[in-house]
Design a protein around this ligand. Structure first.
Ligand SMILES: NC(=O)c1ccc[n+]([C@@H]2O[C@H](COP(=O)([O-])OP(=O)(O)OC[C@H]3O[C@@H](n4cnc5c(N)ncnc54)[C@H](OP(=O)(O)O)[C@@H]3O)[C@@H](O)[C@H]2O)c1
Length: 291
């Protein structure tokens, strides 16, 4: 356990010594959903946040919402699928701020589609956006953090990056890769002072559910009714990062039971995933959505 952090009764975690206070953080996908919520919660915990996004006007609008945090709110325009842009954004931020304490490689896209319907362009788009983006970010940040002897890199994977949900083969390929990379590096760099965490969200209430792989927004698609609020997810994640957790499933249930059941080869989980494949195919084919 990290010094200064204590689990209180009921597992409430207190950031006693301010793990985030005065930290310099970059959050990709900071203009929307989980990235915006992480940015807001980091600011509430006294960090300086460079919100990174590809669309200047969306980014400016998101930063405007957080303007009460003053100079601690910064923006960087960057397309995470472009290596040179990611490299420059991270190096310039570290040079401007004097260091880089935390990098949240969070930008990403969803993709729930029958394997036979996905085009090779869909594969390229989702791998570039969800996996290469993370490699680019880590590649740029590790040398900076090695020089500092400290840092925390947080990659957003998914519950679908630890459990193989049917109709999510494309997405799973990208997110299992992110989980594997992040977990390996967690051990590889621990003695160098660099921490790694993997965020594995289940359904969090964000616009991701309305978007297809090519970025089209489908207004007729809904966010699931039972999706967990993004602000609570962000707060849970930051608490658990500060505790030194590696894989962070948020919300903890039902994701943790799915993960344990799958790892254990639980026959009930096997039956659950088989039924999910049938139900999702039927739902995608009749209603165009999988839930
Ligand atoms: N919400 C969930 O239930 C859930 C579950 C599991 C995992 N996740 C993961 O959580 C992360 C955040 O997703 P979200 O739910 O918050 O979705 P979101 O609201 O759609 O946010 C995605 C963010 O990524 C940005 N982005 C996408 N492609 C980009 C690119 N090429 N360059 C720069 N930024 C790019 C988007 O920018 P634009 O606004 O410009 O498109 C947006 O800011 C993703 O990695 C996602 O896979 C989410």
């Amino acid at each position: 356990m990290v010094a200064g952090l204590e689990r209180e009764e009921g597992e409430k975690i207190m950031d006693m010594k301010g793990y985030y206070k005065d930290k310099v953080c970059i959050v990709t996908g900071g203009n929307s959903g989980i990235g915006f919520a992480l940015s807001e919660e980091l600011l509430r915990r006294s960090a300086t946040v460079y919100m990174a996004g590809r669309n200047p006007s969306k980014l400016a609008a998101a930063a405007e919402v957080l303007k009460d945090h003053g100079e601690r709110v910064r923006t960087i325009v960057v397309d995470v699928t472009k290596q040179e842009e990611v490299q420059q954004a991270i190096e310039r931020t570290a040079a401007e701020a004097g260091r880089l304490d935390m990098l949240f490689n969070n930008a990403g896209i969803g993709g729930t589609i029958q394997f036979e319907k996905a085009t090779l362009q869909d594969w390229r788009t989702i791998i570039d956006t969800n996996t290469w983006s993370v490699i680019y970010g880590v590649y740029a940040a590790v040398p900076i953090m090695l020089r500092q002897g400290s840092g925390h890199i947080v990659n957003t994977s998914s519950i679908a990056g630890i459990v193989p949900f049917p109709m999510q083969g494309l997405y799973a390929l990208t997110k299992f890769g992110v989980t594997g990379l992040t977990e390996c590096l967690r051990y590889e760099y621990a003695e160098k002072g660099i921490r790694f965490s993997t965020i594995c969200p289940s359904n969090i209430a964000t616009p991701i559910f309305k978007k297809s792989i090519d970025g089209t927004v489908h207004d007729q698609l809904a966010i699931p009714d039972d999706a967990y609020p993004a602000d609570r997810a962000a707060s849970d994640v930051l608490d658990r990062m500060a505790m030194g957790d590696g894989i962070i499933i948020v919300p903890e249930q039902p994701g943790t039971d799915f993960w344990k059941g799958y790892k254990a080869g639980n026959p009930e989980m096997e039956a659950f995933l088989m039924k999910m494949a049938h139900d999702r195919r039927e739902s995608l084919e009749t209603r165009g959505t999988y839930f």
